[in-house]
Design a protein around this ligand. Structure first.
Ligand code: MRU
Length: 373
């Protein structure tokens, strides 16, 4: 299924059918892949057809929703349905380890189906409850991203000193393609642009998979946002020349102390930003926060295939590195909380409130139950 290139949707879902935009082919080809079940979902996530913490979680949840919607027969009780879905969710969580959004979604979906099974004897009711909950996750993600954009843009505008506009540097892809729509860090950039205060967005290439040059650049051009692509290695010079007023990145997992795992190279940017006295912000939904981990040291960092460095286009093109060289290819790094000035969420911005540390647990307790703006 091919779609017109004027719609930037990482996933197209209708009950019983899911198509994922093959992000490996962007920006040159715009092709959707048919995802029929959890096995298809697992492979699409592992092989980077879909990527970005929120998009991974939603694609996984919906791949299983499609599978159970199209099940012709299921011989078993409602308890068997819970066990069937639970095993498939565990399998989906095993696709990529660093982003917490997927395991968070799996935990929430397991709670939903357990509750459904407690009141229904028919497995169909459990499947129905699962599908409805997965669909709500899809809708909630866009609302949450818009709220992140709005809180982030307002917060940053209040900190603009003499200038009326600012330029922002971002890394990797955190936009419509990494979420169900709008984006997190790129959502803040979109909101700054809409409010007329964005001078220019700078995006890094984001080697080796080039999420920046292929995907973020594509989204920025698509939205006619003034933007410039830089090599990852040009970031320090850009800051030294005083050309950016803030750095905004996304997150795959935020530990309880605020240490943040995000795309490899994020830590470099945070170190450079601190040296140049430039504020460094993380924009992420609350589902990216993992209060079970005290610090970033406990975050598992995915290491990906040497092919991504040995061959162009993140492993899909021609060979570019010398045969025989050994390769280290961590997909993420951890930026320590002391280099982060604020964490922009859909319920507001977490700051250090005059202290040296974030109190993320306190923030989450205060905003629990509040609806998204
Ligand atoms: O390997 P990827 O492309 O899945 O890495 C994506 C990132 O690191 C993003 O910054 C993060 O998932 C946030 S997306 C809103």
């Amino acid at each position: 299924m091919a779609e017109a290139a004027n719609s930037l949707q990482s996933l197209c879902y209708n009950r019983g059918s899911l198509h994922l935009l093959d992000q490996r082919k962007l920006p040159l080809e715009y092709v959707y892949l048919d995802i029929r079940d959890a096995a298809d979902g697992w492979s699409a996530i592992r092989d980077m057809v879909v990527r970005g913490a929120p998009a991974i979680a939603i694609a996984a949840a919906l791949s299983l929703a499609v599978e159970v919607t199209n099940l012709d027969v299921f011989s078993g009780t409602s308890e068997d349905a819970v066990s069937y879905l639970g095993k498939k969710l565990d399998y989906l969580v095993s696709s990529r380890p660093t982003a917490v959004n997927l395991s968070d979604a799996a935990t929430k979906l397991k709670e939903v189906i357990k509750k459904a099974a407690a009141t229904a004897s028919e497995p169909r009711s459990v499947f129905q409850a699962y599908v409805e909950a997965a669909e709500i996750m899809l809708m909630d993600d866009v609302a949450s991203n818009r709220a992140i954009g709005s809180y982030g843009a307002t917060f940053i505008q209040h900190r603009l000193k003499n200038s009326k506009k600012l330029s922002v540097l971002t890394h990797c892809n955190t936009g419509s393609l990494a979420t169900a729509g709008y984006g997190t860090a790129l959502g803040v950039i979109r909101a700054l642009h809409t409010q007329g205060v964005l001078e220019r967005a700078f995006c890094t290439e984001t080697r080796p998979f080039n999420q920046g040059s292929r995907l973020t650049a594509f989204e920025l051009v698509h939205d006619s946002i003034p933007a410039t692509l830089i090599a990852d290695s040009a970031a320090a010079s850009l800051m030294k020349e005083n050309r950016v007023g803030a750095v905004i990145v996304g997150a795959d997992r935020v530990a309880a102390n605020g240490d943040t795992a995000n795309k490899i190279g994020t830590y470099n940017l945070a170190v450079c930003a601190r040296y140049h006295n430039i504020p460094f912000y993380v924009a992420a939904p609350l589902t990216s926060i993992d209060l079970s981990l005290a610090s970033g040291q406990e975050i598992i960092i995915e290491e990906r295939s040497a092919k991504e460095l040995m061959y162009s286009r993140g492993g899909l093109g021609e060979q570019i590195a010398a045969s025989g060289i050994s390769v280290w290819n961590p997909a993420f790094d951890v930026t320590p909380a002391n280099l982060i000035n604020g964490i922009i969420t859909e319920k507001g911005v977490i700051t250090k409130m005059g202290t040296d540390a974030f109190d993320i647990k306190d923030f989450t307790l205060k905003v629990a139950g509040q609806s998204v703006v």
